[in-house]
Design a protein around this ligand. Structure first.
Ligand code: ATP
Length: 228
């Protein structure tokens, strides 16, 4: 069953249209990669889903029309976003950052700490004193603390040191294997997303141009729309 269904989505920044016709679906327990070259509309699609910008078209989460809900209600339905550029409260400790996001469910200080031991070791440190990679883990942990039904990862490994990237990929793989959480994944590392995703959706100039099983993504399509 689909947890997220986006159909014919369009959106603009002022008079500049960024999305024309985006369609994608994520089923329960599925990992879906959202791909495409820079500027093709991936982050804008995520912003529209999370109701951070206005949009037109069909936007259904858990069979509810997201457009009909105020954005704070939409967040409470269970959309967990790890945004591009790791946002957390710099003047709060790691523990306080995590607790500020907490809603009841599987994910608690303890279980997030098990997934990211590096965060647990730094519970009492200020977020501002963490490395970039650790702040990214904290943003990831905060999204989990909301106990989402769909986790959206927008370039969660962008610009990080190789070791931290590996730790984040390992965490995503564990989430998939152990919890079956539905995930919408944006990342530049085609190798990693090919390994972990069940299906992929490719955007080109604000529209969906390909949608299929990751195993069916051939070199021609990759070269044409992703640039590898
Ligand atoms: P990237 O991989 O570079 O993040 P993307 O696929 O996520 O790319 P978007 O960031 O969604 O692409 O951008 C889609 C289009 O919308 C681009 O043409 C971009 O220039 C434009 N755009 C994005 N953010 C804004 C904004 N805040 N104001 C105006 N135009 C924007």
């Amino acid at each position: 069953m689909s947890i997220l269904r986006v159909q014919g989505l369009s959106a603009s920044y002022g008079t500049a249209r960024a999305l024309f016709n985006v369609s994608l679906e994520v089923a329960e327990g599925e990992v879906v990669a959202l791909m495409g070259r820079n500027g093709m509309g991936k982050t804008t699609t995520v912003k529209a889903i999370c109701r951070m910008i206005g949009s037109q078209g069909q936007l259904q989460f858990d069979n509810q029309d997201l457009h009909a809900l105020p954005s704070h209600r939409a967040a409470r339905l269970g959309l967990g976003l790890v945004p591009e550029g790791r946002r957390c409260f710099r003047d709060l400790s790691v523990r306080e950052n995590l607790l500020a996001a907490a809603r009841p469910g599987h994910w608690t200080l303890k279980t997030v700490g098990q997934l990211f031991p590096r965060l647990e070791e730094r519970h009492s440190q200020y977020a501002a004193s963490l490395s970039g990679g650790e702040q990214q883990m904290l943003a990831f942990g905060r999204a989990l603390m909301t106990n989402p039904r769909l986790l959206i990862l927008d370039e969660a490994t962008e610009g990080l040191a190789p070791l931290i990237r590996q730790e984040i990929w390992a965490a995503i793989k564990r989430l998939k294997a152990e919890t079956g959480l539905a995930i919408l994944l944006i990342d530049k590392s085609l190798k990693e997303i090919t390994q972990i995703s069940d299906r992929g959706v490719i955007l080109n100039r604000g529209s969906t141009v390909w949608d299929g099983a990751m195993s069916e993504l051939g070199p021609d399509i990759s070269e044409q729309y992703i640039g590898v």
